[in-house]
Every structure is written in structure tokens, then in C-alpha cells.
Design a protein around this ligand. Structure first.
Ligand code: FAD
Length: 316
């Protein structure tokens, strides 16, 4: 086992099918705000296949395990062992399906400070201060964690810019004996993307609850076709069963980055913005001048979406 510096911020790299996930790079940027040395643990059959030598990383901790892909109990066992060994100041994981499968369990078992969906980090005195949203993104709260014990935070994907490649961190190895995992990863099954993949479209016509009723959808399907756009939606339309999941933009849907994102009747909840705010040009139409979507829009119209749709029909 390697030398074990106390404290520091520990990140657990996330990877799937041999690819490092973007959230790992974002966690490195987030960790910077805590001002501690940053160690990235890579748990994999061959950890060296993942390039986590990013700017801002001070140490790469390779943890070879039998499993190629993510398994809850493996990650939980490894993380508990590293925390016991190193007593990090903070542990950062992505607020992702994988991390939700073991992060809260580790925090509960070890009695760590914990917050999920964190999108801001700072340090006041010795204490970690994490910002997270409440009430559907309408209110941000700052949570302060006294410094006596490690804090485990699940950080919202896309909240921080990804760290660049090109670090020069040394690699150490961490060996851990794990009990047999009670669940096994067998295979991946691709979720149906339907007839389109909104994640690769250049022009998205995106509709939200502002359309009012299911019967309005064919009008926008036709408009999208006329404009050469792909139709996407906010989550309520999927939850209502009006549109398939493959069309949903946002935190629990797809992340998109089209050249043009035209949002009709979408309020701009933080979970929606998480999936589209880096679009090249965002155009928003909403009857409410205070709608949060206007905070990220490059062009906006305070107007009835049906009036705008009618005008677009004439153009196309
Ligand atoms: C864990 C979690 C994950 C989530 N994931 C996602 C996600 O991935 N994607 C997502 O979208 N949401 C997600 N949500 C839900 C999110 O919080 C919002 O509830 C949702 O984005 C709101 O959708 P909306 O903007 O279409 O509806 P609303 O918030 O109801 O907004 C409708 C908008 O339409 C406007 N409007 C009404 N009539 C008209 C009209 N005639 N013309 C113009 N404007 C009009 C209104 O002013 C309003 O701003 C998630 C929530 C949680 C808790």
C-alpha cells in the first residue's frame, strides 16, 4: 500500500464501457474550490487504461479489482477502505445513478456529512460549504459541515467545467480485499432511442408544459419537420406519457448541445437547464417575463407560443 497523506479531497472516477465519464473531469474542477490536494481513485480491472492525469490532480490512486464495470458493493467496499486509510477532508462523487448506488450508503455507515445534487462548493474556515437546490430548483441553500469528519458530496453533472488533460500526478496503488459482491454486472442493454437521437441534433424544437394539452403535440411534430428540427420535450410531457423518454432534455433525460435550441413554453427549471444550457444559441418563448429560461437564452420573446408557432408555420 502507498504512503497515505492525511486529508485532501478524494474523487472516485466514473467510467463505463472503457470510457471515462465527463463528470470525473468536472469533479476535479469542483475539488479545487476546497483548496486541498486532489486524489483521484480509479476502480477497475485495469485502472491504468483511464487517463485521469488532469490539470489539478495531485495523485492518481489505482485500485485494481476483478470487475470490469461498476458494481455498487465493490465501489462501496473500496471507498470505505480508502476513507479508513486516508481520512480525506472531503469525498466528491458525481450525482449520478452509479454514485447514488453506493455514496449515500458509505456516508450513512461511516457517519459522514452528506449532501446530494451539489452545484457549488467553498470553504469557510475549516468547514466545507456546499450549495444545493431545494423546491425544484427555486431556492438554493448553503449547507455547512463542521470539519471534524469527512464530508461526502454528490456533485451535479455539468455544474463545473471539465478539467483539462495534461496533469503530471504520480500514480500510487491501493490494494483492498473485498467480500464477494452480491450483485453482478452482466451486460449493457441500450435503452431505445426511438427514431431519433436528440443528443446529436443540430436544431431542437423543444416544447414544455406551456403547450397545455396532449392534443397540441402533432402541431409541433409537424412544425419541427417543416423547420428541419428535431422535437424534444421537458420532463412533464414524458411523465404524462405524452412523449417517449428518449425525447426528454435535462438532468434525468438527455444532455444536448445543438446549434439552436428553441424552447417553447418551458420555464427553465434547473433540472431542465442542466441538460441544455450549453447549447450554442438558445431562443426562448414564454408568456412569463420572469421565467428562468430567459436567464440562459440568447434571444427571448415574451409571447404566446401558439402565436409564435403560427408565424413560424408561415415562414417554413
Ligand atoms: C430529480 C429531478 C429530475 C428532473 N429532471 C428533469 C429533466 O431531466 N428535464 C426536465 O425538463 N425537468 C426535469 N425535472 C422537472 C423540473 O423540475 C421541472 O418541473 C420541469 O422542467 C418543468 O417543465 P416545464 O418547464 O415544461 O413546465 P413548467 O415549469 O410548468 O413551465 C411551463 C412554462 O410555460 C409557460 N407557458 C404557459 N403557457 C404558455 C403559452 N401559451 N405560451 C408561452 N409560454 C407559456 C409558463 O409561463 C411556464 O414558464 C426534474 C425534477 C427533479 C426533482
Amino acid at each position: 500500500m502507498s504512503a497515505v497523506p492525511m486529508n485532501g479531497t478524494l474523487i472516485v472516477a466514473e467510467h463505463v464501457r472503457g470510457e471515462l465519464r465527463d463528470v470525473t473531469r468536472e469533479l476535479v474542477t469542483a475539488a479545487h474550490d476546497l483548496g486541498e490536494p486532489v486524489a483521484v481513485a480509479v476502480i477497475a480491472r485495469d485502472p491504468s487504461q483511464f487517463d485521469v492525469n488532469l490539470e489539478g490532480v495531485d495523485e492518481i490512486v489505482n485500485v485494481p479489482v476483478e470487475q470490469e464495470e461498476f458494481e455498487n458493493e465493490v465501489y462501496q467496499g473500496v471507498l470505505e477502505a480508502i476513507i479508513a486509510e486516508r481520512h480525506p477532508y472531503a469525498v466528491l462523487l458525481g450525482f449520478t445513478v452509479n454514485s447514488m448506488g453506493y455514496g449515500p450508503a458509505v456516508a450513512a455507515k461511516l457517519g459522514l456529512g452528506f449532501a446530494s445534487d451539489v452545484h457549488g462548493l467553498s470553504r469557510e474556515g475549516g468547514a466545507v460549504v456546499a450549495t444545493r437546490s431545494f423546491y425544484g430548483g427555486k431556492v438554493d441553500a448553503e449547507l455547512e459541515f463542521p470539519a471534524e469528519r469527512p464530508v461526502l458530496l454528490l456533485v451535479r453533472p455539468t455544474a463545473f467545467a471539465p478539467a483539462e488533460s495534461g496533469g503530471s500526478a504520480p500514480t500510487t496503488h491501493f490494494a483492498v480485499e473485498l467480500p464477494a459482491s452480491r450483485a453482478r454486472h452482466l451486460e449493457f442493454q441500450d435503452a431505445a432511442v426511438g427514431d431519433v437521437d436528440i443528443a446529436t441534433a443540430d436544431f431542437l424544437l423543444s416544447i414544455g408544459r406551456g403547450i397545455g394539452e396532449r392534443e397540441a403535440i402533432p402541431q409541433f411534430e409537424q412544425l419541427a419537420e417543416k423547420l428541419g428540427a428535431v422535437l424534444s420535450v421537458s420532463r412533464p410531457l414524458v411523465d404524462a406519457g405524452w412523449m417517449p423518454n428518449a425525447r426528454q432534455v435535462g438532468q434525468s433525460g438527455k444532455t444536448v448541445k445543438p446549434k439552436v435550441y428553441l424552447a417553447l413554453g418551458i420555464s427553465g427549471a434547473v433540472q431542465h437547464l442542466a441538460g441544455m444550457k450549453t447549447s450554442e444559441t438558445i431562443i426562448a418563448v414564454n408568456t412569463d417575463p420572469e421565467a428562468a429560461i430567459f436567464n440562459v437564452a440568447h434571444f427571448g420573446a415574451v409571447a404566446d407560443l401558439f402565436d409564435v408557432a403560427e408565424e413560424l408555420e408561415k415562414l417554413s
